[in-house]
Design a protein around this ligand. Structure first.
Ligand SMILES: CC(C)(COP(=O)(O)OP(=O)(O)OC[C@H]1O[C@@H](n2cnc3c(N)ncnc32)[C@H](O)[C@@H]1OP(=O)(O)O)[C@@H](O)C(=O)NCCC(=O)NCCS
Length: 197
């Protein structure tokens, strides 16, 4: 499916208020920001980095969504409302991911190179969630509104709070023992990544 066909289909699937393509095109900042990012990313990848950044800044002005031209964003991503959404240079966002307003896919300021999150297929990143560092958010994971996430999140779990903790696995309440095991694994992988501190 082409970018536009998929983008309209994703908006209709996720936004009950969306009616027809022309209306979506005229009123959805998310779809415009994602389309503009295609061009900014093209400039970025073809040695016109400054033009890519200027183009991204122009669309930030119109949409209130800031996507660094270096970010890799697959087709089929859904951005609702979008204002205040920031996606950093080395972030990767896979198809089917849902992003709401106020979300940051940012760096911690401590990492170099790959320093922004990777968000796997179908994950839901709720409004104002802050995802920081080169972490991985597993497929179909759900991040609660306003959560702060600095460690990897496994596939198909729900995390909420500051710092974000696992509260559901596959949408179900799990025994405390299971949750503690998952949290320990996250803790260990975080400190492995930090170089065994
Ligand atoms: C996280 C979320 C997606 C729900 O996921 P879920 O897997 O269905 O989880 P549940 O609703 O069963 O909630 C799990 C637990 O986390 C709590 N919880 C849910 N969201 C929370 C949040 N943002 N902050 C703190 N706790 C939260 C629930 O109260 C519940 O607590 P309990 O175990 O004591 O009962 C949802 O609550 C959320 O944050 N949605 C926001 C979506 C959004 O951004 N909308 C904006 C539209 S404009």
């Amino acid at each position: 499916m082409g970018f536009w066909k998929e983008a309209f289909a994703v908006v209709k699937e996720n936004d009950p208020a969306a009616r027809y393509n022309v209306e979506i095109f005229l009123t959805s900042p998310g779809i415009k920001a994602l389309a503009a990012h295609k061009l900014s990313h093209f400039f970025w990848c073809h040695h016109f980095k400054l033009i890519g950044r200027m183009h991204a800044q122009l669309w930030r002005f119109f949409t209130q969504i800031e996507i660094h031209p270096g970010a890799i964003i697959e087709n089929g991503v859904f951005i609702d409302h979008g204002s205040g959404l920031v996606i950093g240079e080395t972030a990767i966002v896979e198809s089917g991911v849902k992003l709401y307003h106020g979300v940051t896919l940012g760096g911690t300021g401590k990492d170099t190179g790959k320093r922004h999150p990777t968000v796997r297929r179908g994950a839901l990143i709720s409004a104002h969630a802050q995802l920081l560092g080169p972490i991985e958010i597993g497929e179909h994971a759900k991040i609660g509104a306003s959560a702060v996430v600095t460690k990897d999140v496994p596939t198909a779990v729900t995390v909420v709070g500051i710092p974000a903790k696992i509260v559901r696995v596959h949408g179900e309440i799990s025994p405390e023992r299971e949750l503690t095991k998952l949290e320990c694994a996250r803790h260990v992988s975080f400190y492995d990544h930090m170089g065994g501190i």
